[in-house]
Write a protein that binds this ligand. Structure first.
Ligand code: SF4
Length: 409
């Protein structure tokens, strides 16, 4: 296989892996933005011969190697998501790369991948990279290959763009430290919310020692080492991913561990990937999970992370799941605000952001506007970017129930 064929093999099953914020639902692929790429300012001489647009035929440029992603700072990039190797010695029940599954495996050596990615970067095909791998020869050996690749990118090729490195199950603490020195983001996929649930998905992964521990190490390192020692003088962010519905776990279980991670290891975000069966795996006959469940989990996780909600505020059903038909913020407001609407001219920010239709920016806009004048009608809220119709049932404006104004509005 030539390097592009290898990349095609390795990238074809990676679209389920999460990165960016929000998840890949708001952006469209746009290769015309190549001029804004984080390129090498001066490519090393060895690269000049083969780099640039000429390396890739128009057909190759159309290959879906890259995925649009929005970084936490709002910057939109074309992200190459791939594996260093699709060979894996583990047998996770849900995974297309599990040992023994019959398909063509492919592997890059670190220098092969680094060379190819840099050409793609220079050719305008990829602005960032998310690099993971199947496990071959244990977590430590596999992690070393990922780290060697990252080191080539950063040191030999002076690549300064976005790099997300996966921490392998079984990696050691000094490898986590090295990853933090090279990457903008590191991640460990927990897959399931606890040991018992993980056993239903990945019988040879060890929840506490192999998966949770590296996330704790990242936080320990952040607390003990100054940020300037890490990539671009910042600690990398950490994320994780769960297979939602893969182990018959409840939403409460998923959100309990997410909430714990937010508070204890400063998780940037949790990704939820609704389970869908893969042919020729032990779970191939398990029904796919409704993608709306994924959506509700994201909404609830943002309420926990950014909006001051506690787990007990969320509208869980008797089965400890979020109702699929209801936005969790709206469901909370129906139970708590409909009879006790919030006076927008007095409310604090923490109260404002709990009102449907008012986000963090909207709450700040209300606080700023209140310094100038009292808010008396829904039209003044609309001017502040508030979704006034959604907020109306739960607010008072100068002592009057805003919902009554809707009829005149
Ligand atoms: S270790 Fe990773 S690549 Fe290997 S089977 Fe499990 S999830 Fe798949």
């Amino acid at each position: 296989m030539n390097p592009l064929e290898t990349l095609k093999e390795l990238s074809s099953q990676m679209s389920f892996e999460g990165d960016g914020e929000p998840p890949f639902d708001t952006l469209r692929r746009n290769t015309s933005r190549a001029s804004s790429l984080p390129r090498l300012s001066s490519p090393p001489p060895a690269l000049r011969l083969n780099s640039g647009q000429a390396c890739f035929s128009p057909k190759e440029k159309d290959q879906a190697f890259v995925h649009p992603a929005q970084l936490p700072n709002g910057h939109k990039i074309l992200l190459l998501k791939t594996l260093l190797s699709s060979a894996c010695e583990r047998d996770c029940f849900y995974c297309p790369f599990r040992a023994g599954r019959d398909f063509r495996r492919a592997t890059f050596k670190p220098d092969e991948f680094a060379d190819l990615f840099i050409k793609m970067n220079l050719g305008g095909l990829a602005e960032g990279v998310f690099l993971s791998s199947g496990l071959a020869g244990g977590g430590v050996r596999t992690q070393d290959k990922l780290l060697d690749t990252a080191e080539l990118l950063r040191k030999k090729y002076q690549y300064r763009g976005y790099l997300h490195l996966k921490i392998m199950p079984g990696a050691e603490k000094d490898q986590v430290y090295r990853a933090m020195q090279l990457a903008n983001r590191v991640s460990v996929n927990l897959e399931a919310p606890n040991t018992e649930r993980l056993a239903k998905l990945a019988p040879h992964k060890i929840f506490i020692e192999e998966l949770l521990q590296p996330l704790k190490w990242v936080e320990e390192i952040r607390r003990s080492e100054p940020a300037y020692k890490f990539w671009k003088g910042r600690w990398p962010s950490t994320v994780t991913q769960f297979v939602a519905g893969g182990s018959d776990e409840s939403d409460l279980e998923l959100l309990t561990i997410t909430n714990w991670l937010n508070k204890n290891v400063r998780l940037k975000r949790a990704y939820f990937s609704a389970f869908h069966p893969i042919r020729d795996t032990p779970l191939e006959n398990k029904p796919a999970v409704d993608p709306m469940r994924e959506h509700r989990l994201y909404q609830a996780s943002f309420l926990l992370r950014d909006y001051g909600f506690d787990l007990e505020d969320l509208p869980f059903t008797n089965e400890s799941n979020l109702p699929l038909h209801a936005d969790p913020k709206q469901a909370w407001a129906e139970m708590n605000l409909i009879d006790q609407p919030i006076e927008l001219n007095r409310a604090e920010k923490r109260e404002l952001i709990k009102i449907p239709g008012i986000g963090i920016k909207g709450a700040e806009a209300i606080l700023n506007a209140r310094r100038m004048k009292r808010l008396r009608d829904l039209s003044s809220l609309k001017k502040l970017g508030i979704i006034a119709e959604r907020a109306a049932p739960y607010i008072l404006l100068d002592g009057r129930k805003a919902i009554t104004q809707m009829k005149l509005f």
